[in-house]
Ligand binder design. Structure first.
Ligand SMILES: Cc1cc2nc3c(=O)[nH]c(=O)nc-3n(C[C@H](O)[C@H](O)[C@H](O)COP(=O)(O)OP(=O)(O)OC[C@H]3O[C@@H](n4cnc5c(N)ncnc54)[C@H](O)[C@@H]3O)c2cc1C
Ligand SMILES: Cc1cc2nc3c(=O)[nH]c(=O)nc-3n(C[C@H](O)[C@H](O)[C@H](O)COP(=O)(O)O)c2cc1C
Length: 939
């Protein structure tokens, strides 16, 4: 796609020239005529650019609009400084590539100049696909071309699923006098507002506004793409300030709003007499002509439609999904709180749903304490409104925030946390409390919550109750309910609320059973878009996974091993999916059919009944707990987590349905926060490892209505795997290395990991076994220069990403490039049992690509782990990292290994580098910020 002459020529340039360097945020044409309210790149993006870790490169801009409106002139003016007065129509399409350097990061606009004749022809779809920016050009002197803009947009949006920016560009401004222009601008502004586009007026002849327009296009799309890359899971809609980039995954009825009703869009309003009085007679003549032509066209079109019964614009029904895009007008949480008489808002920063669940529980409980609550996703809210929360009497904001990676916020909280960190808003009068979700095995334990609690206070907000910290390595449920138990009395005292109300359970969703729903209206496991599994369309992401055929599934363990580790290759040929070495692959699993059937039997329900669960809270952006309508079987198979230990609030709700009094009491006890209750929960649920199926089996008098169970069970989450291949060697397949989870519980049951036990049965076949996947970008990257030496520490499946790293370095060496030392520390139990990729690694050692250190923990009387080898090889480590500026990578178990490696590294730096402990810590921190010390760990 990028091989035209100019593309190649320009992509090869070392640096963008002066005008194409963007270091500060470029303004819009008019601050009132844009839906994009972002005013700077933001600290997070700037820091990420500084660290050179962004991989984004190119943004596709499609320039569309009627024939002869000035599209080619505009593109030429920008790309070649050329204005061709002898206009020649573009035949088909062509594109140009222009390089920018934005905050020092190379970024290319690939600008597609399209022929204006292809309006409404399906051939255009292929040119439009994958656009990051839709630029609709009209001729300021030809209002008819403005009237067509909405239709152009509709056409282009149909071919795009990713979020994109929309620009409405009026060309040939130099041909209009100022008063005429002002009148036309009014019309154009109205159209732009309806299209949710940013408006510009330019002149290709004089060059006025052209460069500014494309600079703005580059900055906005760079900003969105950088955020997207950083968030990569929750792609759409990306809220920038209060604006939403249009997203084709939004319900179509919303996306298509502002249908092309010509009489509204082509006519001029003759309301501004004062401006009219300034017009010259020539202007009047021109204007009159324009109005007459537009009016005639409008009548002609309408009569043609009536005569020939031409259908109007296609109307789309709204397909409810659990991913609900919030239109900009709904971003005001203050408005929602006020309109529904609430005073409590609970925000969550959540990746895998725990913080969201905790937030919902708190919001729901508020009613007991006369604080009607609402749960809110910071990504869907205008968080700057926090400064106004005090206008609601006795209001309270609670934040349930999880920490990830290296003390990072979750994707949905990234922008909010950045705003809080770098902004200086006055938050006095804001009452708040924070509960953090983390895991002590990670180095940056609960950093997001700790920082947020502190920062809110710094900005003047009032802490109503002390920071709570949950540890997922121990018992986060216990931490939460213990904190919550003290939180509510503190809230009551703070606001002078007397006496808690009754503790009643209120259903959140209303059940509808469908009898005659056509099959094609029913979800069958799709994550968001109905029929997305039959009708696969790139780009693929968390909401739109690719159904990848399994190409290879082979056992990596030897015959004597009691465990199993799979090498799986997914075929991504033709999917347009791309990945980088070190990225993660997400897999959407399916629950075991036997477990699903057991739930149906215990609840006495026909699992093939088709249902819809609808939120009774109309203010909530989450209309359904999972894609509806679907059958109970689909919900239990694809959407609900039926294998983890249910939390206490689930037991509390279930208790109502146990008909045996002792069973009821038992469930109630385990849901309580008494010492006895907590111990019972810990023993019966956590230690004995019971999931919902086990609970229903072991308490026969418990027969909950299945719809209520579906309402309270958490969502089944995708699982991540470090990609174990390099795209340089395997561009059309993605490899993973996954150990099968299977263990016996104290009750004698065999528990099987949802994803790994499902994948174990997926083998190459005809028709192929299909697995829903998407790629999640990571920061785990090889050094840019192959000559930089690297040390990789990856015991067990921690080897996965390093297999890709080694493949890439081996290829570079074979291509004659200078390749630095590539050193791997691998550990497992026994060389004959679980030495993953033994043969491959041996070959790399033999051909000189790899230096391998192995630790077989059970092959001698005393245990030997990779950390023991590292301790022995301090000299080598210092040579690589201290003397040769090399990189060190750690992958695998977060619980012990990562921390131990960190401590050894500290020792090496102190001893060999002759530094104090403080200096050594500083040294490692610096390595960390330079991406020379990276970890990809999980527990
Ligand atoms: C960024 C990242 C990268 C990852 N990369 C890899 C990779 O490359 N390879 C890989 O194999 N995995 C990897 N994982 C882990 C992977 O995502 C899954 O968690 C794992 O495969 C288990 O998924 P499952 O659905 O089969 O098991 P689940 O159904 O999720 O069951 C796993 C759960 O069972 C419980 N459990 C497991 N064993 C026992 C036991 N003996 N006793 C009691 N309870 C137990 C634990 O609660 C555990 O969380 C990665 C995780 C992350 C976050
Ligand atoms: C890949 C990964 C990285 C994590 N990193 C951290 C971390 O740096 N610090 C921390 O305290 N907890 C960390 N955690 C633990 C999570 O914050 C914790 O499990 C939390 O409950 C998740 O909440 P959520 O389900 O709402 O996303 C990590 C968990 C995973 C899976």
């Amino acid at each position: 796609m990028l091989e035209t002459r100019s593309a190649v020529y320009k992509m090869m340039k070392e640096k963008a020239h002066g005008e194409r360097q963007i270091t500060s945020w470029p303004p819009s044409f008019s601050s009132e005529l844009t839906p994009y309210t972002v005013t700077d790149f933001g600290g997070l993006i700037k820091r990420t650019c500084d660290s050179k870790s962004l991989t984004l490169r190119i943004c596709k801009v499609i320039v569309i609009g009627d024939v002869a409106v000035g599209k080619t002139a505009l593109v030429n003016r920008f790309c070649h400084k050329l204005f061709d007065n002898n206009y020649k129509a573009t035949i088909g399409v062509d594109f140009e590539v222009e390089r920018f350097d934005i905050l020092g990061v190379p970024f290319h606009l690939q600008i597609w100049d399209t022929a204006g004749q292809e309006r409404f022809k399906c051939i255009a779809a292929s040119y439009y696909r994958g656009a990051n920016v839709i630029m609709i050009v009209f001729d300021l002197g030809n209002l008819m071309s403005l009237a067509h803009c909405q239709q152009w947009l509709n056409e282009a949006s149909r071919s795009n699923v990713s979020p994109y920016h929309i620009f409405l560009v009026g060309a040939k401004k130099d041909l209009l006098s100022q008063p005429v222009y002002e009148i036309i601008e009014k019309r154009a502004a109205e159209t732009a507002r309806r299209m949710r586009a940013e408006y510009w007026a330019i002149s290709s002849r004089t060059g006025n506004g052209v460069s500014e327009l494309f600079t703005r296009v580059a900055a906005l799309s760079f900003h969105a793409m950088a955020l997207r890359e950083m968030q990569s899971m929750k792609l759409e809609p990306i809220n920038i300030g209060s604006a939403t980039i249009m997203d084709a995954s939004q319900p179509k009825a919303i996306r298509m709003a502002g249908s092309p009703v010509l009489e509204n869009e082509s006519g001029l309003e003759e309301d501004d007499q004062s401006i009219l009085s300034m017009l010259s007679s020539l202007d009047f003549l021109l204007l009159g002509l324009l109005i007459a032509v537009a009016a005639w066209y409008s009548i002609w079109r309408r009569s043609r439609q009536e005569d020939h019964n031409i259908p109007g614009p296609k109307s789309y029904s709204i397909q409810p999904t659990s991913f609900v895009a919030t239109p900009p007008s709904e971003n005001s949480f203050i408005k929602k709180l006020k309109s529904s008489g609430r005073s409590l808002v609970v925000f969550y920063g959540s990746q895998t749903g725990t913080a969201e669940e905790f937030a919902s529980r708190l919001a729901k409980e508020g009613i007991r304490y006369k604080m009607k609550g609402m749960v809110a996703d910071p990504e869907e809210c205008d968080m700057e409104e926090l400064v106004h929360l005090k206008t609601i009497p006795n209001s309270l904001a609670v934040f349930c925030m999880a920490t990830y990676g290296e003390g990072d916020p979750t994707d949905n909280a990234m922008e909010f946390v950045d705003w809080l960190k770098n902004g200086d808003s006055d938050l006095s009068g804001l009452n708040y409390a924070v509960f953090g979700l983390g895991n002590k095995t990670y180095e940056h334990y609960n950093e997001v919550a700790i920082h947020m609690d502190h920062r809110l206070e710094q900005l003047g907000a009032t802490r109503v109750f002390e920071l709570g910290l949950g540890d997922d390595d121990a018992n986060i449920e216990d931490d939460f309910i213990t904190w919550k138990d003290k939180f509510w009395p503190a809230v009551c005292e703070f606001f002078g609320i007397e006496g808690a109300g009754e503790d009643v359970s209120i259903r959140q969703y209303k059940l509808t059973e469908h009898v005659d729903l056509p099959a094609d209206r029913i979800y069958n496991g799709e994550i968001a878009r109905l029929h997305s599994f039959q009708n696969q369309r790139a780009p693929f992401d968390a909401k739109n996974p690719f159904l990848a055929p399994v190409k290879v599934n082979r056992e990596l363990h030897g015959p004597t091993s009691e465990r199993s580790c799979m090498h799986i290759e997914f075929d991504i040929e033709g999917s347009k999916m791309r990945y980088d070495t070190g990225d993660h692959l997400a897999v959407y699993p399916v629950n075991n059919a036997e477990l699903v059937n057991k739930i149906g039997e215990q609840c006495d329900v026909d699992l093939d009944t088709v249902i819809t669960l609808t939120n009774t809270d109309e203010e909530s952006s989450k209309k359904h707990p999972f894609p509806c309508p679907c059958s109970y079987r689909t919900a239990l198979t694809h959407y609900l987590d039926i294998t983890s230990n249910p939390r206490t609030h689930i037991l509390k709700e279930l208790a109502e349905y146990a008909t045996e009094p002792t069973d009821k009491e038992k469930l109630k006890l385990m849901a309580s926060t008494t010492v006895e209750g907590k111990a019972a929960y810990q023993q019966w649920i956590v230690q004995e490892n019971r999931n919902i199926v086990h609970i229903l089996e072991d308490i026969p008098s418990l027969k909950p209505p299945l719809d209520h169970l579906c309402e309270i069970l958490p969502r089944l989450q995708c699982r991540y795997y470090s990609i174990s291949s390099s795209p340089k060697l395997h561009p059309t397949s993605i490899h993973i290395t996954a150990v099968v989870v299977e263990y016996k519980t104290p009750t004698g049951r065999i528990n099987k990991g949802v994803t790994t036990s499902w994948l174990k049965e997926k083998h190459p076949s005809d028709p192929p076994c299909l697995v829903p996947i998407f790629v999640r970008k990571s920061q785990f990257r090889l050094p840019i220069r192959t000559s930089t030496p690297i040390i990789m520490v990856g015991p067990g499946t921690g080897l996965a990403p390093f297999r890709g790293f080694i493949q890439e370095r081996d290829l570079a060496r074979k291509e004659g490039k200078e390749v630095g030392d590539t050193i791997l520390y691998f550990g497992c139990r026994r060389s004959k049992e679980d030495f993953l990729y033994h043969d491959e690694l041996a070959q790399y050692v033999e051909n000189g690509t790899l230096t391998l250190h192995t630790a077989f923990s059970r092959e001698q009387p005393q245990k030997v782990y990779v950390t023991h080898l590292l301790e022995k090889n301090k000299e080598e480590i210092w040579r690589v990292i201290g003397e040769q500026n090399g990189h060190i990578y750690i992958c695998g178990d977060a619980r012990n290994m990562a921390r131990d490696v960190h401590n050894i590294l500290l020792k090496v730096v102190m001893e060999r580098g002759n530094m104090s402990e403080l200096d050594a810590m500083d040294y490692i921190k610096k390595m960390d910020s330079q991406k020379r010390y990276s970890s990809d760990v999980w527990s």
